[in-house]
Design a protein around this ligand. Structure first.
Ligand code: ITT
Ligand code: CA
Length: 500
């Protein structure tokens, strides 16, 4: 055997098949890693959509929600993509012309068609939930409420989306889904930060919902949820007729009542309206609701003079009269014989709570006393001064902020028994992370099963970590092979000597 041949026998790397095997293994590993990376890479982000129509007493809003297709069950993934405010009043105002209720939705639904990519239309669910305005219409005129619902149903079915129904939701649902929305958007279900209570003030009803930790003495006010592996027992109540429009009617009724049989030309001097404010109003405009019981009074066709005197203290006294606190069959009540445990924790207050307090520039940075002082000075401002100061604001809203602000403080303090400390723990909010606070998101999450009872399994490593780990490992194997190759190739021992 010559020297050359002997060296080839002793150095295995000089056998081409061994080198080929090593090379094959390296290429194999690289291919495996590449496949694993491609296989586990998040798909090109595909979005899913859902549409919820909030048919409120004062107006209808159409919300479009969007979420990444493969992350349905992760909390905080669904966000509001678009909102459209339907022109005109709420659907319950179409009781006399039900076909117009459906027509009113057209503009916003056409907008939804443009906002959602065409290929997703068919799989996009559409829900319509009607609240207190329709509850009141149903009480007043069941047939008319059915016709209005049928009209919006027919209209929604003409769209290419997946129609899932139009119904009047219950007050409990309205409260509970508002609570879910606020806590979902704040990611409170997956962090240990605890939950926040939800306060919603609409035109015709108002909701309070929170985790109390105390026994809920009335079944109607108790809702249990299991979300992301945690159990929640909620206290919730919806006060029909205690939205800000209906409460204004109640308050006017209270003030008009003693004058009705005394004089023909009624002048109502209202402490909740500004000095200089004077408006002729029909009794009909006050008595046209099932919340106000004097519908058949003989003066229904006539008018009265509504005159502001701007006195916050007296306004509060007048508003207190709409809460009945004379009777409570439970260990404790808010008002009207409704059970309520003591309020607890932080609260998010939205809808009219926000509209009103935001306009009045009263936030909970102010102490409750400061807020009252601010409101007091706003209420005494002359009506003409206000109109000059806020030329862009709807006169109806402008004239009612004193009443609404006073109602909000009275409802919280006297109704729900908020202490100055609870007031500090309350935030007036419109949106959380650009999605509006309200019941609609919670309603959709629930109906599409997007809030699991148990926490979803999370992968051991996030995607980025997984890729990095695979790259480092394959690099390590590759470097080992190269080193091995260099080591074995270097002639050593006797073979080396023999060459020399
Ligand atoms: O929940 P329900 O009772 O069915 O009523 P809604 O859903 O129609 O009620 P909203 O929260 O939309 O509005 C609550 C009230 O606030 C009024 N509102 C809306 N925008 C406002 C603004 O900018 N300033 C003052 N009030 C406003 C509206 O007319 C209602 O009386
Ligand atoms: Ca509402």
């Amino acid at each position: 055997m010559d020297e050359q041949q002997e060296m080839k026998v002793k150095n295995p790397w000089h056998r081409p098949h061994i080198f080929l095997v090593a090379f094959g293994i390296s290429v194999g590993i690289i291919i495996m890693v590449a496949i694993a990376v491609v296989q586990n890479k998040p798909l090109h982000q595909k979005y899913k959509y859902g549409i919820v129509l909030d048919a409120g007493s004062s107006h209808t809003s159409v919300y479009i929600y969007e979420w990444p297709a493969e992350k349905e069950n992760n909390t905080g993934m669904v966000r509001q993509k678009h909102a459209c405010s339907v022109k005109g009043k709420g659907i319950s105002s179409y009781s006399g012309t039900p076909e117009k209720a459906g027509e009113s939705l057209k503009e916003c639904m056409d907008e939804a068609k443009k906002t959602i990519p065409k290929q997703r239309h068919q799989e996009t669910p559409v829900y319509l939930g009607a609240t207190a305005g329709m509850r009141l219409l149903k009480m007043d005129n069941d047939i008319a409420s059915e016709k209005v619902l049928a009209s919006v149903e027919t209209s929604l079915q003409t769209y290419p989306f997946s129609y899932q129904g139009a119904r009047i939701i219950t007050g409990q649902e309205e409260g509970a889904f508002g609570w879910i929305t606020v806590n979902y958007l704040s990611e409170n279900f997956i962090t240990a930060s605890g939950t926040v209570g939800a306060l919603d003030l609409g035109g015709a009803s108002t909701q309070i919902t929170f985790v109390s930790g105390q026994e809920v003495e009335s079944l109607d006010n108790s809702i249990d949820f299991r979300l992301y592996g945690n159990d929640y027992r909620l206290y919730t109540h919806s006060f029909l007729c205690y939205g800000k429009d209906q409460v204004l009617k109640l308050s006017l009724e209270q003030q008009i009542k003693p004058k009705l049989d005394v004089t023909d030309n009624i002048i109502l001097e209202d402490p909740c309206f500004h000095p200089g404010y004077e408006m002729n109003k029909s009794f009909q405009s006050v008595f046209d609701s099932p919340c106000v019981k004097m519908v058949t009074h003989s003066k229904t066709g006539q008018t009265f003079k509504h005159k502001g005197i701007g006195d916050w203290k007296k306004c509060q006294e007048a508003i207190t009269k709409v809460f009945n606190t004379s009777y409570c069959r439970y260990s404790r009540c808010s008002f009207n014989d409704v059970f309520q445990p003591p309020v607890k924790g932080r609260f998010g207050a939205f809808s009219a709570y926000y509209f009103v307090m935001n306009f009045l520039n009263v936030t909970t940075d102010n102490s409750l006393d400061d807020a009252k002082k601010k409101l007091g000075s706003y209420c005494t401002t002359h009506w003409n001064t206000l109109k000059q100061k806020h030329p862009g604001v709807k006169e109806k809203y402008l004239s009612e902020y004193c009443f609404s602000g006073t109602y909000i403080i009275t409802l919280l303090e006297d109704g729900y028994k908020f202490t100055p400390e609870d007031w500090k723990n309350t935030n007036f909010i419109r949106t959380i992370k650009d999605s509006e606070a309200g019941w609609t998101l919670g309603y959709m999450l629930n109906l599409t099963n997007m809030i699991p009872a148990e926490a979803p399994d999370t992968p051991l490593l996030p995607f980025g970590g997984y890729v990095s780990l695979m790259l480092v490992l394959s690099l390590l194997i590759f470097v080992c092979l190269i080193l091995g190759y260099i080591f074995f190739r270097r002639p050593s021992g006797p073979a080396h000597k023999e060459i020399i």
